[in-house]
Design a protein around this ligand. Structure first.
Ligand code: SF4
Length: 347
């Protein structure tokens, strides 16, 4: 499906007509363009295209933008943009943050990647699933690839696999769309395994941790197929070890996120309540950057364990090698309750 007015850059397509309509409605003179780092090399061409479509000045936000959880409205307001165009994500689900909807001057565009997956590639994925004894499959992906999920499901059915694309929850989730911290769309399905369509390991690894079911990845950029299950199993073992390390810890650091979509008061209350009930001491830190550098800078012998409530991928992808346990919220709940099963990811 083509947009009426579109920007096609590097294989991605952005709905420039919608941006132009919103810019017109607001009489926009300055637009701030936000993209994740992976799409930054397209920023110059995309900015030019959006300037042509809107007649407004387009300034590119140069800071890393990790997700729709990271709109950086405070910093952005210095530039006084009339419109923020946030490319590469759908809006962050407000119930996971502090309940606030994104402001109406932010336009989200998924930046769909134009691709198709050849039948041979799908058959290879079907073969792996069959060897793993998976009969019913849900086809999911990161947002850039949401458009091709139905065709992958159809090709899987052609290869004899029972396949569906689980229903989304617009505007936050398109059908089959998963986030690195939210796999509710995948969990809606009663499938006993997943085909993930997208690049990298970030999303499929999270999918395994959230479901503990086989995950086969189809990479639409390289057209390679990979069974992510063994990597997921390896990470799960490490995570369970971290949980067991933190069990019985009496002095915790709670790290809260101050990015727009990463401030989660509901999680903070839950953890505080659990710690108070168990007579656990804690010190609370709040920051925008809640990664390994912060943990290293605040750590001292008093702390036995940490929990990060901002992005649940930080403990897994960024601080996994830290000598003390640094846990996701779900893992901290397990450790505080003294439970190793079921594994909770992410909350
Ligand atoms: S995984 Fe982390 S960076 Fe990605 S949307 Fe969730 S909180 Fe944001």
């Amino acid at each position: 499906m083509a947009y009426l007015v579109e920007c096609r850059v590097g294989g991605y397509v952005v709905d420039a007509g919608r941006v132009a309509g919103e810019a017109r409605r607001r009489g926009a003179r300055r637009i701030l363009l936000q993209l994740p780092d992976g799409l930054k090399p397209l920023s110059r061409r995309l900015a030019e295209c959006l300037e042509r479509a809107t007649g407004a000045e387009v300034v590119v936000h140069g800071d890393s933008v990790f997700g729709a959880c990271d709109l950086q409205l405070g910093k952005a307001s210095l530039l006084k943009p009339d419109l923020i165009v946030h490319v590469g994500h759908t809006p962050y689900p407000p119930e996971l943050a502090d309940g606030s909807e994104p402001p109406d001057y932010v336009v989200f565009d998924p930046a769909f990647y134009e691709s198709s997956v050849p039948a041979g590639v799908v058959e290879e994925a079907a073969g792996i699933l069959a060897r793993r004894g998976v009969g019913r499959v849900a086809v999911v992906g990161s947002v850039q690839h949401a458009r091709i999920l139905p065709s992958v499901a159809e090709a899987l059915r052609g290869a004899g696999v029972e396949a569906e694309v689980p229903r989304g929850d617009p505007p936050f989730f398109l059908d089959g769309q998963v986030l690195g911290c939210d796999y509710r769309v995948a969990l809606r399905s009663r499938a006993d395994g997943f085909v993930f369509v997208g690049g990298g390991l970030f999303h499929p690894l999270g999918l395994y941790l959230a479901t503990r079911k086989p995950v086969v990845k189809i990479d639409p950029y390289t057209l390679r197929v990979e069974d992510v299950t063994p990597t997921g199993e390896r990470f799960l073992k490490v995570r369970l070890f971290k949980v067991s390390q933190a069990m019985g810890s009496k002095r915790w650091g709670i790290i809260l996120g101050l990015k727009t979509g990463q401030y989660r008061p509901w999680l903070y209350s839950r953890l505080k309540r659990l710690m108070d009930e168990r007579g656990v001491e804690y010190r609370v830190y709040a920051a925008e950057a809640t990664g390994a550098d912060l943990v290293r800078s605040i750590d001292e012998p008093w702390f036995e364990a940490f929990v990060v409530t901002s992005c649940p991928r930080i403990p897994i992808d960024d601080v996994q090698d830290y000598p003390k346990p640094v846990l996701t919220p779900g893992e901290a709940v397990m450790a505080l309750r003294g439970e190793l099963s079921p594994y909770r990811f992410p909350w």
